[in-house]
Design a protein around this ligand. Structure first.
Ligand code: HEC
Ligand code: HEC
Length: 376
């Protein structure tokens, strides 16, 4: 924990100072600026890639076409599937839950960034993503963008003289956009069902029951689906970490890339939470990844941190039969394998079908019957 305290002092204090200078009245303008930055394909090296390339607004902020998204240099690939980042503003900062004895929250699938702002700085200079050599190159590109004057108005004309200030301003605007209403509409059929405005079909209703029942799917144990104590709508993740025992997706392009860079020819293994430099017990956390939200899940394939599953049927089949069907192959990482809550659920085909039908009610943009135009 000492590690975290030190880290907070060095990186969060400057951004807090920045927040004090600007008023909440600026939020809508910041969000507009953030959206321009998020969509600007001039900010990669070579040009052509934006945040939106991998977190597409028309795909609930995911990349539904790629197991892993190519970088700005299309020959390069990262090691993980681009997660859907709708509802990301509800993701808590990383903390150790003393009562439950486990880690919660943090940004990225191993929780290594402390805030949305800190996360937003990562992709710009990741050689496998937007590919800029350093922050100075990013700032130079933003400085000549059509919206540069908005940054000056919101954050001060002097930002260009100080790379850290400029990056803080850029990431603050992006984080404001990601925290806005466009990213969290709560307009799925299930949301309307929770408000009593629509009924689920018999199959969806059965799926909901299987989802919740501890002796059936038990999905709600990690993907909570009930309205919170203060009427907060459910987020379908408790932001904890688990090793589901996913097999190794040999076709992941990163593996062959990593092997060719490793002089010993060693195979790369993604150890998840153990890769997080801010935790003091990394060695015992290997193989765990953050629980992902199931909101919009039908529209954001492929699934899991390594994009190994293409359909929801496959996902449920895996939870149901991991330990009884040899065809899955062995888990990539055996340590911390969760054998209590999944692996041999004994769900019938009908229950599997119902679970999938239920998950399809989690897609935003549903129009409840009362809002449909009258037919004539
Ligand atoms: C080349 C594809 C790609 C691009 C471009 C990209 N991302 Fe991502 N994004 C990913 C992947 C892959 C992850 C998961 C990486 C990890 O866990 O290490 C991720 C993770 C995230 C997360 C954290 C999600 C979570 O659950 O914690 C956020 C937020 C995010 N990206 C926002 C952005 C922003 C903002 C930009 C632009 C500055 C951006 N991304 C550019 C692929 C991309
Ligand atoms: C013990 C906790 C736990 C339980 C129980 C659980 N999940 Fe998950 N779920 C996770 C974790 C952790 C991930 C991300 C794993 C990874 O990427 O390595 C995940 C990912 C998923 C994904 C993919 C999300 C995405 O965006 O790629 C789906 C779909 C899913 N779970 C559905 C279910 C269903 C359906 C059930 C019940 C049959 C269930 N889960 C039960 C922890 C759990």
């Amino acid at each position: 924990m000492r590690y975290i305290t030190l880290f907070l002092f060095t990186t969060v204090i400057p951004t807090l100072a920045l927040a004090e200078n600007s008023t909440n009245l600026d939020t809508p303008t910041k969000a507009i600026l953030g959206k321009l930055l998020f969509n600007d394909t001039q900010l990669s090296e070579p040009a052509g890639q934006s945040c939106n390339s991998c977190h597409r607004a028309d795909a609930f902020h995911s990349d539904p076409n790629n197991m892993v998204s190519p970088g700005a240099n299309p020959a390069l690939f990262g090691n993980r599937n681009a997660p859907a980042i709708s509802y990301i503003k509800f993701n808590p900062e990383l903390y150790w839950d003393d009562e439950e004895q486990h880690w919660v929250g943090g940004f990225f699938l191993d929780g290594r960034a402390f805030s949305l702002r800190q996360q937003a700085a990562g992709p710009f200079t990741n050689p496998l993503e937007m590919g800029n050599a350093d922050n100075a190159s990013v700032v130079a590109k933003v400085k000549v963008a059509t919206y540069a004057s908005m940054l000056e108005e919101l954050y001060g004309e002097d930002i260009w003289n100080d790379e850290t200030k400029a990056m803080d301003a850029i990431t603050d605007a992006i984080a404001t956009y990601e925290s806005g209403p466009e990213f969290a509409t709560f307009t799925s059929k299930y949301d309307y069902y929770l408000k009593g405005k629509v009924k689920l079909t018999a199959l969806e209703q059965k799926g909901l029951e299987v989802f919740e029942a501890e002796d059936k799917g038990n999905c709600a144990a990690c993907h909570p689906n009930r309205v919170g104590d203060n009427m907060e709508p459910p987020l379908f993740t408790d932001f904890t970490y688990d090793n589901l025992g996913l097999p190794r997706p040999d076709k992941l392009p990163f593996f062959s890339m990593a092997k060719s860079f490793n002089s010993a020819g060693e195979e790369y293994v993604d150890t998840g939470l153990a890769n997080n430099p801010h935790i003091d017990n990394a060695s015992v956390e290997t193989g765990k990844f953050k629980v992902l939200t199931l909101r919009n899940i039908d529209k954001t394939p492929p699934y899991m941190h390594n994009g190994i599953f293409e359909t929801l049927e496959e996902v449920v089949d895996f939870y149901n039969t991991r330990d009884v069907k040899d065809s899955w192959g062995k888990p990539e990482i055996m340590q911390n394998l969760n054998t209590e809550e999944l692996g041999d659920l004994k769900l019938t085909d009908g229950e599997v079908e119902a679970l999938v039908a239920f998950m399809k009610t989690l897609t935003d943009g549903f129009v409840p019957p009362s809002k449909l135009p009258p037919s004539n």
